[in-house]
Design a protein around this ligand. Structure first.
Ligand code: BUP
Length: 459
């Protein structure tokens, strides 16, 4: 009998940063003739997640969908955080056992489940009981993944994050400066920390770790982790990025497009801090000053709340009318969801001021757009270090984490000029884009890794 393509179930966790790579991979698998089942937790935290899931399913009628209700967290059951995304990670972990019956009865039977790192610990026993191979997907850089994988070891030594040390050592990879470590890691009881440490302990049980990165982007780190130098019990690390996008063009209201179309090539700075950054109003004002001072054209996607459903302010409440007036020919400020992929593909875009969410970094890498990194939380400083080293961008370390202090408009303006005028960086970034294209093209390194996994899983 000839082998038939595998049936793969995908289990993302909360937030657009997690959902996006899963939807992209689901689309790629489906176009390679796999049977795909998308599993989603309900209710989702943000409106963007629910609308993207519905949209994805409408575009992929062959993809099966399992929706399961998460058992909600009790209010204030976690004194260390009120972050709704972290709470949803925890609630999802408490609820995945509810998936047993639907996974066991899947038809055709499941060949593998690709589940998010954030649910690794609770999902590993489910996969083992059902005898289904489990691949973990991590939605961050390989560099930050090394830190997460090694976190249990670091937490076992009270001196690991001591402020008397300037950096954190992880075997096999370059040390991480202490300021790049998420501050929550210094508190082992913090929900974010305990979730990651528990997930890390489940890594060795997985069949492989799929990553949205590519060999040329993080060669040393990938070599170190895959040769067992970071930890000796990890399954293969499988770089398959940058993941292809499936989102068809012009699906959203893109009122800024006619304006963007009329701007010269590579003249516009695109500014976005992702879906979960709540920037203070003082910092928003400084950023507006910085954009104006830089003299460059800009497209700024402005968000003020961690969860989109809470984001109700209008532009005129956030920015001075005189700023909007003075810059009306030079720039556009947009509220609400934009199609970032379309924007980064637009020839008018010449630079990207960004928080370094890993999906954004991989999207900029695909297009070879130079970045000005301004990490805000979580893995983003670790990611900033990676993109700087790869030649994709610059990073002003002294700006610190987003909420740490106010960065002045003057500094922001100067740095934007540096980003837009650095021809060497532009060349290096272009090269990154070429390498990304090679990795995912036929016979490219990432494409081969994915093909091998799917061949292995054929039934
Ligand atoms: Br905001 C926004 N349009 O308006 P990241 C984001 N995106 O297409 P995050 C849009 O969402 P974490 C918008 O292209 C990327 O694919 C963007 O993921 C897209 O950052 C994704 O870049 C956002 O990883 O997540 O959302 O802050 O905190 O998990 O890194």
């Amino acid at each position: 009998t000839t082998a038939s393509p595998p049936h793969i179930a995908l289990l993302p966790s909360a937030g657009m940063g997690h959902l996006t790579p899963f939807l992209r991979l689901a689309s790629m698998l489906s176009s390679r003739s796999c049977t795909v089942t998308l599993i989603t937790a309900s209710p989702s935290v943000s409106a963007a997640e629910s609308s993207h899931i519905s949209f994805f399913l409408s575009q992929h009628p062959l993809v099966k969908h399992i929706e399961f209700q998460v058992i909600p967290s009790k209010p204030s059951s976690n004194p260390t955080t009120d972050d709704p995304f972290f709470l949803q990670f925890e609630a999802t972990n408490r609820s995945v056992h509810l998936l047993y019956p639907s996974l066991a009865s899947a038809s055709p039977p499941l060949s593998a489940i690709f589940s998010d790192f954030a649910v690794a610990s609770s999902f590993a026993p489910v996969a083992a009981d059902l005898g289904i191979p489990n691949y973990i997907i991590t939605t961050t850089s390989c560099k930050f993944f090394c830190l997460m994988a090694y976190l249990p070891v670091l937490l076992s030594d009270p001196l690991s994050f001591s402020s008397s040390l300037s950096e954190v050592s992880i075997p096999g990879v370059t040390p991480m400066p202490l300021p790049s470590i998420p501050p929550q890691f210094k508190n082992p009881n913090h929900l974010f920390t305990s979730l990651i440490a528990t997930s890390a302990q489940a890594l060795s049980k997985a069949n492989g770790i799929l990553m949205n990165t590519f060999d040329d982007f993080e060669p040393e780190t990938l070599a170190a982790i895959n040769s067992g130098r970071v930890l000796d019990n990890l399954p293969p690390i499988l770089p398959i990025g940058p993941l292809e996008t499936f989102e068809p063009k012009k699906e959203q209201d893109q009122s800024y497009l006619p304006w963007l179309d009329s701007q010269p090539e590579e003249s516009v700075v695109y500014v976005s801090f992702g879906s979960r950054t709540a920037m203070s109003s003082a910092q928003i004002r400084e950023l507006s000053k910085g954009l104006e001072r830089s003299g460059y054209r800009f497209l700024w996607v402005l968000k003020t709340r961690k969860v989109d459903k809470d984001d109700k302010e209008e532009l005129k409440d956030l920015l001075e009318e005189s700023f909007l007036d003075r810059t009306k020919n030079k720039g556009r400020v947009v509220k609400g969801w934009v199609s970032q992929q379309d924007i980064l593909e637009h020839p008018a875009i010449g630079g990207f001021l960004n928080h370094c969410g890993w999906n954004s970094v991989m999207e900029a890498a695909r297009k070879g757009i130079p970045m000005l990194a301004w990490p805000q939380h979580g893995d983003q400083s670790g990611n900033a270090e990676v993109l700087e080293k790869a030649g994709l961008g610059i990073w002003e370390r002294k700006w610190g984490w987003g909420l740490e202090g106010l960065v002045s408009g003057e500094e922001i303006g100067k740095k934007i000029v540096e980003l837009m005028e650095d021809e060497k960086l532009r060349g290096l970034a272009r090269k990154v884009g070429e390498n990304a294209g090679k990795a995912t093209g036929i016979g490219g390194k990432s494409e081969k890794v994915l093909t091998e996994v799917l061949e292995y899983l054929e039934q």
